[in-house]
Design a protein around this ligand. Structure first.
Ligand SMILES: O=P(O)(O)O[C@@H]1C[C@H](O)[C@@H](CO)O1
Length: 320
């Protein structure tokens, strides 16, 4: 075995984050103190940013590329309500094939740039009756399913320049920031606190999986945020997590009960299968990303209210 000198700056290393931070620092008029990560379809949260400087992820050393629709792949740095802020229009997900440490690289880079707070937003499915599309879940705690199974950005040799080997995750979502967000949220967002379950994706959950997540105490489910939150806490950042509910996660009630009626329906379906084959093929094609498109549409519909909340919050986030 020989050391590969060309790989010494691994995409997840402290050196990689430091190079990305140095590249940005050399170009920025003002260093951000707050980082905001936009969830799926929530890129418009950047619209209130004053005098933004814009950087494509492709130009920033070691930054991965956004591959998901609804994630522009751009870092904007400016001021929000007078607070120096960096807005990530697009994040990275495990299901894109990125490692947990690559997913966490931007958050660590923002920390090295001098940010003390990150606001992690996401689009999420509701696991609870009464938590409806358009509602806001202010994250009180999370269940990091990939992390619990060893897919955490903190796995591997610990670099103590980021933080300790065993960071504490109790109180990871800052209680004072949560209270502030709940108090400032525009009433139509029907903001309340709850537990976000992070899953690997990209398939949406089955009804049985949703039942499991409910039993575990989850209020909402999504495919991001938890790795970023773990990395942020590891390097001492304050974290606020905001889930915009875009859909109800799957439930058994929506499904037909299996039984004689179901069997009849199946026969009926088979009879007409050939006849409808062409139509069905078209529908399937269209349905390929229908669920994600619905998530994007719902997120875009709620983004204006969420932007209002962030504008009210930002000046209060500026000083620790
Ligand atoms: O980046 P977020 O968590 O907002 O994106 C959610 C989860 C998946 O990436 C996608 C599913 O539609 O939206």
């Amino acid at each position: 075995w020989e050391a590969r000198t060309d790989l010494w700056v691994l995409p997840h290393s402290y050196e990689a984050c430091a190079e990305a931070a140095a590249w940005l620092r050399a170009r920025l008029k003002q260093a951000p103190v707050v980082g905001l990560v936009c969830g799926s379809g929530l890129g418009a949260l950047a619209q209130e940013l004053q005098q933004p400087q814009s950087f494509d992820y492709g130009d920033i050393p070691h930054f991965p590329r956004s591959t998901v629709q609804g994630h522009a792949g751009r870092l904007l740095v400016g001021t929000l309500g007078g607070c120096p802020c960096a807005v990530m229009q697009g994040r990275f997900h495990l299901y894109e094939g990125y490692s947990p440490a690559q997913v966490a690289l931007p958050v660590r880079t923002l920390a090295l740039l001098g940010a003390h707070t990150v606001v992690l937003t996401n689009a999420a499915g509701s696991l609870r009756e009464g938590l409806d599309p358009g509602d806001l879940l202010v994250i009180r705690d999370h269940i990091d399913l990939p992390g619990l199974a060893g897919r955490s950005p903190l796995v591997g040799a610990n670099d103590s320049r980021f933080g300790p080997r065993f960071p504490v995750m109790a109180g990871a979502y800052d209680p004072a920031l949560r209270r502030l967000a709940l108090a400032l949220a525009p009433p139509p967002l029907r903001a309340r606190a709850g537990v976000y379950c992070g899953v690997g994706g990209p398939s949406y959950e089955t009804p049985a999986e949703c039942a499991l997540l409910r039993m575990l105490g989850g209020d909402a489910v999504g495919m991001s945020t938890v790795a970023e939150a773990a990395a942020a806490r590891h390097c001492g950042l304050r974290v606020l997590g905001l889930s915009l509910i875009t859909n109800a996660a799957a439930s058994h009630e929506e499904e037909e009960e299996e039984g004689p009626e179901h069997a009849k329906d199946m026969e009926h379906a088979k009879e007409h299968a050939k006849e409808h084959a062409k139509e069905h093929a078209k529908d399937t094609e269209h349905a390929k990303d229908k669920a994600h498109q619905e998530v994007l549409d719902a997120a875009q519909a709620g983004a204006r209210l969420l932007a209002q909340l962030l504008l009210a919050l930002a000046p209060r986030l500026q000083h620790v």
